[in-house]
Design a protein around this ligand. Structure first.
Ligand code: UD1
Length: 422
């Protein structure tokens, strides 16, 4: 079993280049099912989740080829099967994103119930509500979900999402692009990854307006063509390195970052005492001028609110900020599994329902901990950077699902982090 060993280090310094976003590239790759022609996707991060998506697409008959480093060619001349393999799909929740494109392209899709991080119930009712509204018949069996369009194909519809789900918005968008007539998604998710997908689909010939607002309008077209696209930078990876500078009281220049996409993280770090400057080179996160970081309160929300994916890394930082902070998680109902791990390292965090109270300013101690999910794994590494002694992190496959060149990037900034395989 592979583990990370993290030793206490001084302030992290230097620069880091942010990769293409995991949460953008997966739906982009799935959208490659929609056209016969080739799609070129650039800035594709080398991640385990991307590998899984490649395998899923290949199993459906899509050609997926790395034409040069970080550049993928995705081409679906014909769909060989519209049934996705159980083993593959159960590895990653985002594999469910093939459902919309498959349904649009072939009129039916059969996909096993998705796996992924266990950070809550994570139902898919809103995805299915969308498919049904577009006229598909949806059958839910024990292990799989099958959707079939009517004899006239999918028909545009007005769809109101009870919650602005990212995945449901993406799946409905990719299903509706080839539907007859107009689809309107109300209370749609507004994440930058939604905008990136809409931009890509529009390059393919789709007619989507309003992505990035809570009303998305999709006029169905007959056919989509190939397109070339560069994946938006990963705002969650960027946020993680912002926190790496903050927690170690270092100074990091972050390149390939969209400042607007990390606004809530910037605002909260400033409240704690971190200086953040945007220059032509990138974003400077300067935490070496102020040894006394102070507490703050955060509440996770759909974009443009504070991202749930940065909640656990931010909490690791708050254990080092003086005073009492509160963190309220509103997006997922079970996303405090890292609290027990941080407490094992000497943090003082109490939870009640979806609220955590962090009594900060404590010195952390290295311990044996678990990466309970992808972002919680990053939180453990951040805590390990400032904890006395060595922190041993198990179940790091979670981290490798979502962070490109994790060890290399951290080492280049001065971190003492090693992977051991036993
Ligand atoms: C995506 C991101 C994930 C991020 C999350 C929220 C990808 C691959 N993953 O996940 O990193 O943490 O957005 O920003 O992009 N829900 C329902 N019914 C549904 C769908 C969702 O109730 O049909 C609920 C979920 O249980 C959860 C909330 O909505 O409580 C948000 O989920 P959603 O926005 O769908 O997240 P994902 O697309 O799974």
């Amino acid at each position: 079993m592979a583990k990370f060993l993290v030793q206490k280090c001084g302030p992290l310094n230097g620069e880091v280049v942010i990769s293409g976003a995991k949460n953008a590239v997966l739906p982009l790759m799935a959208a490659g099912i929609l056209a016969e022609e080739e799609c070129i996707i650039r800035d594709v991060p080398d991640l385990r989740d991307v590998m899984v998506m490649k395998e899923i697409l290949r199993s459906l008959g899509t050609e997926v080829e790395e034409v040069e480093e970080s550049v993928l060619r995705v081409q679906t001349r014909t769909v060989k099967t519209n049934e996705a393999d159980y083993e593959l799909v159960s590895k990653m929740r985002a594999s469910f994103l093939i459902m919309g494109p498959l349904l649009a392209r072939t009129g039916s899709a059969k996909v096993y119930s998705p796996g992924g991080c266990s950070i809550g119930k994570r139902p898919i009712d809103l995805h299915l509500k969308g498919f049904r509204a577009l006229g598909a018949e949806v059958v839910i069996e024990d292990k799989y979900i099958e959707a079939k369009a009517g004899k006239d194909g999918l028909i545009g519809a007005d769809i109101y999402l009870d919650f602005p789900s990212v995945g449901a918005t993406e799946n409905i968008m990719t299903a509706a692009v080839l539907a007859k007539g107009t689809t309107i998604i109300e209370n749609a998710a507004k994440e930058p990854e939604i905008v990136d997908l809409a931009n890509f689909l529009n390059k393919m010939g789709a007619r989507i307006k309003g992505a990035g607002t809570d009303i998305i309008k999709i006029e169905g077209v007959e056919k989509l063509k190939g397109a070339s696209h560069t994946v938006v930078p990963d705002r969650i990876e960027a946020g993680t390195y912002m926190l790496a500078a903050a927690i170690t009281r270092g100074q990091i220049l972050i390149k390939n970052i969209v400042p607007d996409h990390v606004k809530p993280i910037t605002a909260k770090l400033r409240e704690c005492g971190v200086r953040i400057e945007m220059t032509d080179e990138g974003m400077y996160v300067i935490a070496d001028e102020n040894p006394h970081m102070v507490a703050t309160d955060i509440k996770t929300l759909p974009y443009p609110g504070f991202p749930t994916d940065i909640q656990s890394p931010f909490m690791a930082f708050l254990t080092t900020a003086e005073g009492e902070s509160t963190v309220i998680e509103t997006v997922f109902e079970n996303r405090f599994m890292h609290v027990a791990e941080l407490n094992r390292m000497g943090a003082n965090i109490k939870t009640e329902g979806n609220k955590a109270v962090i009594n900060g300013g404590k010195n952390l101690e290295g311990a044996q901990v678990i990466a309970t999910d992808l972002r919680a794994g990053a939180a453990m590494v951040l805590a390990g950077l400032v904890a006395e002694g060595t922190t041993e992190i198990a179940e790091i496959y979670h981290i490798e699902r979502g962070y490109e060149k994790f060890i290399e990037k951290f080492k280049a900034l001065g971190a003492n982090i090693f992977k051991i395989v036993s």
